[in-house]
Design a protein around this ligand. Sequence first.
Ligand code: GLN
Length: 308
Amino acid sequence: TTLQAPPLGPLLDDIVLRHRPERESGSIPGNIPLLADVPFNRFGIAVATTSGEVFSAGDATTPFSIQSISKVFTLAMALRGDSTGSLWSRVLREPSGTPFNSLVQLEVEHGIPRNPFINAGALVVTDHLMDKAPDAAARLLRFLTAQAASSGPAIDEAAAAGELANSSRNLALAHFLKNFGNLHHSAEAVVENYVRQCSIMMTCADLAKAGLFLARAGQGSLGPVLSPSDAKRVGSIMLTCGMYDAAGEFAYRVGLPGKSGVGGGILVIVPGECAICVWSPRLDAKGNSLAGTAALADLSDLTGWSVF
Ligand code: GLN
């Protein structure tokens, strides 16, 4: 895939013009009160290229709640320190076909989550990181700050407190994992770290820069983050599981590995080419950004960027 005319700057401006929502539609997450305050017409997009350039348009420098996009980075951090592959005995790599916060498969599959991007799997990843040091969320924040080469990323403690007060479901998942012997730390401590990692605020531009190592075969801004094999594997899990029960639809429309969050962000990888982050807060029925997905479908058609 190569860049095609028109040049990327004007192309992104055009994407903003066409996809910034003009009226309220879609939904907001029910379990995070502060996210309801974000205006519906926010829309930003940024592209960080493997040649070191960053293009952006719209609200690309407005921080938003990264939510489940954090799961890509915690997975990378966990794989990095896991030479024996112990994480993969605790979580599978299959698409779930169920909502991100579903409890159903966890009972049927004896406490082994389907993949690291549904909430159950992400709780296991966070628990795994806590084996090294209890403050996994703070470690993630340092990782993101370093990869984005920006002091911007910060934990929104008010949003985290609001979500923590509405965490019955995630606590239920954590207790289930614990019951099956697949959680090393207390359910409460793991959910608290998980909610704080989800509450990190970042801009599209910083997220695109932070995700660039996945487009560069694991090479981060300060040296290798992952081996080329593990970078490939994280991309594969993004393609098959990154959008939960809309992974197939997203692959059909966009043709690229992506990871969404209920804050309305989507991080997408074009291997060898760039990392893209789009943000618009209103969600479809599966919890993925409505305008963000439409914009990425458009962008991949216009540029020819796809893994296919
Ligand atoms: N913190 C959110 C939750 O656990 C993250 C979900 C998401 O972004 N899909 O419900």
